[in-house]
Design a protein around this ligand. Sequence first.
Ligand code: ASP
Length: 588
Amino acid sequence: MLDARYSIRSHTCGQLRADDIGTPVVLAGWVAKRRDHGGLIFVDLRDRSGIVQCRFDPEAGEAFVTAERMRPEWVVRIEGVVAHRPEGTENPSMDTGEVEVEVSSARVLNVSQTPPFEVEAGIETDETTRMRYRYIDIRRPEVLAALELRDRVAQRFRKEFEHRGFFEVETPILGKSTPEGARDFIVPSHMTPGKFYALPQSPQLFKQLLMIGGVERYYQIARCFRDEALRADRQLEFTQIDVEMSFCTADDVLSMVEDVLHEVVKEADIDMPVPLRRFTYAEAMERYGSDRPDTRFDMHLVDLSQAFGSSEFRVFAGALGAGGVVKAINASGAGGWSRGRIDALNQVALDAGAKGLAWIAFTAEDEVKSPIAKFLTDEELATVRRELDIHPGDLALLIADSRDVANEVLGVLRLHMAEELDVEREGFDVLWVVDFPLLKWDEEEKRWQASHHPFTAPFEEHVELLETDPASVLSYSYDVIINGYEIGGGTLRIHDPELQRRVLAILGVKDEEADDKFGFLLEALSLGAPPHGGIALGFDRLVMVLAGARSIRDVIAFPKTSSGADPLTGAPDEVSSKQLRDVHLKID
Ligand code: ASP
């Protein structure tokens, strides 16, 4: 809370109440508004704590003359006495609405040009202008409130970790590439021609080294950097609550994180019951078509393969014959949509990777409309109705494909329809998704990729399948999901150097390259590495969800635009040819 200590004022604007009536005060802040009322001037004075009305009487002489000059965002200091507002002029929507300050003297500390937008809640100004003048945007109460919440959440994390025996340890910003699946930012130096540091995509390897170093419990509020495309919930640089523990099982990590989160979310007045629900990756995909399911609404994926076991519809028979599935969702309430509107969903399905979309609409009169109606037997239709719990006005969306594609596409359609149908998604929905496959097949590059990262431990009983059946190997891994956002993820780590080499080999990192890139890790793993595991929580995303904001930019003091630019400072920018020469670089 802002108070008046260590400042030129005696009180803050936002603290004044009826109890203060009669108290002489010195205030300092920004002019929020000035109103001339035939002889009287009212100035709303704002500081971080809030706004108070100041009254300038012509009898105040010099102060009144000064007030006549005041303009929005001028910085002023006033002296006066707190008074009751005249009856009928109180403003119950303001915390200080019962009082005003009768000003006896005023000084302008600084003038301001006309601000580019008004410092008010809920302004419509476009985001780039707000970012260009972010320091003015920050004066707005909602931005200050987001920064305050961010600070409180950070403090709370620190406190909770400290209570549980964790050390905060800083790890290097200038380092060697850590693969988290994104592009590195690289940094040249004048001392190392032709060699580059990489900014950390995460402190992953350093935190593992800390475990090998015997720190046992580490956390860090760590800045991470990933040179990849931005979205509403992603920035080039972002903050992680990074955690690592030794001698623990995956359950231990989950319990610890739940306990900490339970306390932390209280900062946003949220009561989060623990233990949290857990879905295996397979369950989440099967039921929600997503590894970060938003379970605040149903619209589950339903497997209709059995119902269509002897379907005459070529598309269904083909998919089932090839070992695939027919799965569906009930987009309840879309049954009355026009044909054109339903057909447009086809494109959503295609974009998500489907070969096509089948649909059956049930009108309000319970009439069936569907381009595939002629292929459906009465029995099949009855099963669809029963399994999807169809009522008049519903729309069944069906995908026939491999299980993975059908799940993924229906997962996308499920969210799309929730958006289109304005399905209510209230509440604070936290859950774990656990036991991800260790690897995922990259069709474009024709090779295996790590689902989380290459240091993730496979299930002990699956290790023998690594080379023979890599797709079936599960891992000790867990993501925490809030309202459909991936808020964090982590894994138990490989602590055996030979197993680490085997996993790297499957990822296409041959022994020589492994030594070159990760030699230091492999060596450390051979020098008394304890079993260990951890997690990283996306701090910006978490605060965004807690603040009920729509974009992480709203909870970052100086965010970048979606093209990675900072409209305020003009970064990124060109550098002089001397700077380039110094670091031995030439622009091609
Ligand atoms: N380093 C991982 C990440 O940044 C988190 C972890 O495994 O602890 O996503």
